[in-house]
Design a protein around this ligand. Sequence first.
Ligand SMILES: [Zn+2]
Length: 118
Amino acid sequence: MTKLFEFKTDCYQEKRGGYSSLLEIYCKVCSSFLFFYQKDGEGDLFRCYLNRILSPEIYASLQDSENIKNIDDMTQLICQNCKEVIGEPMRHGDNRLAFCMHQECFILKTNKNKGTYE
Ligand SMILES: [Zn+2]
């Protein structure tokens, strides 16, 4: 078994119960794949934190970008294929930047093998 992704284990994960699941986020309008996401703990997905987007690079690199320090530096989360707006820039109470997700605009699938593959 090889791991596709390593989950990030940090204070944020700790606060949500110390476990995570791997989600695949898709555009609801055109079914295009958007990104892999590490969801910490239970509950619905209202926000996608930049530091939990695992792949692909176009989204995963946002968290490390020197040019993104504030909400104003971010753009909306837009489907590259059909241009549907999926999420809005926001800053959560714990100071992390995130996308506030339009609930009616995305589909999520749980990657049951938690990012491992044979
Ligand atoms: Zn789309």
